[in-house]
Design a protein around this ligand. Sequence first.
Ligand code: FMN
Length: 328
Amino acid sequence: MLDAPFARLQPMDFRLCLAPLKGVTDAVFRTTFASFFEGVDWAVTPFLSTPKGMRVKPSFLKDVLPENNRLMPIVPQVLSKNAENFIPLALALWDLGYERVNWNLGCPYPRVANKGRGSGLLPDPVAVERFLDRVSAAMPNRLSVKMRLGRHRADEIFRLMPVLNRYPIEAITIHPRTGVQMYQGTPDLDVFERCLALCRHPVIYNGDIVDPAGFDALRRRFPGISSWMIGRAAVADPFFCDTLKGRRWQGSERNEIFKAFHDTLYERYSEKLFGPSHLLDRMKGLWAYFARSFEQGNMVRKKINKSRNVRQYEEIVSDFFQGEPVWR
Ligand SMILES: Cc1cc2nc3c(=O)[nH]c(=O)nc-3n(C[C@H](O)[C@H](O)[C@H](O)COP(=O)(O)O)c2cc1C
């Protein structure tokens, strides 16, 4: 395994968290990422949904097992509306050594939200209060929350804030969009600002941090925020978080490091996933992000999407790197 090929970054006055992206930022991705890049301080894992029944099977916890997460500190995330299911999972995570658990109150997908989970709980402060009441009395772990502004409307959060303020929540990550917006439109920074004034817990900002200038503008507008969560841009450009912390690369360095990162991911997924079609699907999913970082990204993405087997995939990627692709 390659070590990060550069000196340690200077400590900064902010911390960066890798956002959970289900199907993307799994343990293999996080660990490989951390062996090449230093800009991410910690990650929230993609959600574990609470299993039916009280018993938590070990296979269910694979992605968060400490032995699969040695290089990047993680906070496991749980998606649930039911305290009776949440508590045994929080306890199982405690037994694995996790002092922190994150509760998903933001998932926008209709099949989740329609069942009153994720962002589906946001319009219901009474249900949130009932949940927090049960859970905070029964779990030893510290709880944090990741949420949107609301499910249907951005002002739903104003009815939730007094409830959240009553419980010992370690931090609240706010992605200032509604659930029904999914990823459309722009984050509502005015509503976010009002939330900051109302929230008595530390707040982490998340959403559309995609370039250093935009990040600087957010830091200037919200100087009290010390932690920032970044998702899609950190996957698309794995150098992004290091860049925000002041790291620069010379000449062909980026391509060399990125190729080594890609090759390591590919090798590890080929060991972990069952069968070449799963491997191919996983790599196609990753290139949907990586492609955004290159001038030739659209072209290589189309070719990769058409590849029918791993040999074709390997050839396309090898040609791509030999052509010395240009970073946007
Ligand atoms: C494919 C995908 C999967 C996601 N999975 C999760 C998840 O498991 N848990 C969660 O809280 N958010 C999830 N999110 C939301 C992200 O964590 C993040 O809030 C969102 O992408 C906005 O941040 P960004 O603009 O920096 O990407 C997901 C987003 C995407 C695009």
